[in-house]
Design a protein around this ligand. Structure first.
Ligand SMILES: Cc1ncc(COP(=O)(O)O)c(C=O)c1O
Length: 407
């Protein structure tokens, strides 16, 4: 029967018939944990330790006890939550979104991103995606029958947008750009200059832009977080997808939101039941409590900052290793190309440091000589430091064995 699937889907393997090395299948994760391996490979704040803010728990428990939480919420999402989000969009994103026309709640931004792209992609449409980038961006386009056009982001430009690289790849089939801002895995916060250049390019060539802002806070060192849809001429051609999973630490709640102008949103509203059904009722009530009182995110930010500095201190200066100082969030993008490929180093660290990190090749061709480390994992910073030191010591030993003395 599998031969009856579309070619795009058929090639994916879930690991039932082969060993899966990716860390996103539950069976393999639990067995790794039993072996005492620390998983620094899931972009999930403080995973796997409990970290739900008490006032959020209280709101959800109350909703469950009062009854009604077992019922559907309207497919476009809880109205009160949409109103809270419109306030946040005004204050943080410089976007004036009508909660009844421009916002839709989705069960996480993974499904939100899929839904955001779905109405636009027909077979053969070309979609420009910065490389390296969040792997789902590539996969979504492929399974919708579109053609991925990777646009390299270069370390020498600190992974900012070089618009010539987009212009060089433009064809009559180019329809869309998918941008993750701040970028996963590089943590790059795109500058106003980068985004203005991209906006001009999109307007001149009549392109639709999907922007994933799952990592929009925190950003570090006083950087400006610019929402592309707020730039002149972009509201009508940008669909922005936000999430409560990262900076708000509510990944298990599966609450995200799509923001778009009326005509685009009208299509999402009209097809919401078919595509997403509805988002979990009591999770949305928990999310309202989190938006109402988000003081706890300040502690998260302070912790992410300490963790960033910890990574730079422990891995900076190791021969053959270059850590670009993370600009946002809780990830690190580490150039290990002098020591080996991302695949090789990931496997080496699993065996020698008992830590799982991500191989950079998952994020595109440009990522092959890199690894991604999720320093936001684990609640206990001492345990994290210990895991990072094991990574550092293993890499020092490898560099030593290879006779590498500088970067
Ligand atoms: C860049 C980016 N976007 C979106 C997501 C999906 O997040 P969620 O579905 O939890 O909102 C992730 C998850 O890792 C991510 O890294």
């Amino acid at each position: 029967m599998k031969t009856k699937m579309t070619e795009a889907f058929r090639k994916y393997e879930g690991g039932l018939f082969s060993e899966v090395t990716k860390a996103d299948v539950s069976v393999s994760i639990s067995s790794l944990e039993k072996e005492g391996i620390d998983l620094l490979a899931w972009a999930d704040p403080f995973y796997p330790d409990p970290s739900t803010p008490p006032h959020v728990i209280e709101a959800m428990v109350k909703a469950i006890k009062e009854g009604g939480a077992n019922h559907y919420t309207h497919p476009i999402g809880n109205e009160e939550l949409r109103i809270r989000i419109s306030k946040k969009l005004k204050e943080y994103n410089n976007i004036d979104a009508n909660p009844h026309r421009n916002i839709m709640i989705t069960p996480g931004s993974d499904s939100g991103l899929y839904f955001a792209m779905l109405p636009f992609i027909s077979s053969g449409d070309e979609v420009m995606i910065p490389d390296p980038s969040y792997p789902n961006n590539f996969q979504n386009v492929e399974i919708m029958g579109g053609k991925v056009v990777p646009v390299p982001l270069k370390e020498e430009y600190h992974y900012q947008i070089n618009i010539n690289d987009f212009e060089d790849r433009l064809t009559s089939r180019t329809k869309m750009i998918v941008l993750t801002n701040p970028n996963n895995p590089t943590t790059t916060v795109f500058t106003r200059r980068s985004l203005e250049a991209l906006a001009q390019f999109a307007i001149e060539n009549d392109l639709i832009v999907i922007v994933d802002q799952a990592f929009e806070f925190p950003v570090f060192d006083g950087r400006e977080m610019v929402t592309l849809a707020s730039l002149e001429g972009m509201w009508e051609r940008t669909v922005t997808v936000f999430s409560t999973s990262k900076g708000m630490g509510l990944s298990g709640f599966r609450v995200a939101y799509i923001v778009a102008e009326d005509h685009i949103m009208d299509t999402y509203y009209g097809s919401a039941v078919s595509v997403v059904g509805a988002t979990n009722t009591f999770s949305q009530i928990g999310a309202i409590a989190a938006f109402d009182n988000d003081e706890y995110t300040k502690e998260m930010e302070a912790s992410f900052l300490r963790r960033r500095d910890m990574v730079c201190k422990i891995l900076g200066g190791i021969p053959g290793v270059h850590v670009e100082k993370p600009e946002s969030g809780f990830l690190s993008w580490v150039n290990i190309s002098k020591l080996g490929s991302g695949e090789f180093i990931t496997d080496y660290l699993k065996r020698n440091a008992k830590v799982i990190v991500n191989s950079g090749g998952h994020y595109g061709e440009q990522g092959k000589g890199y690894i991604r480390i999720v320093q936001g994992a684990l609640a206990d910073e001492e345990r994290l430091e210990n895991a990072l030191r094991r990574i550092g010591n293993a890499l020092i030993e490898l560099a030593d064995n290879k006779g590498i003395t500088n970067f």
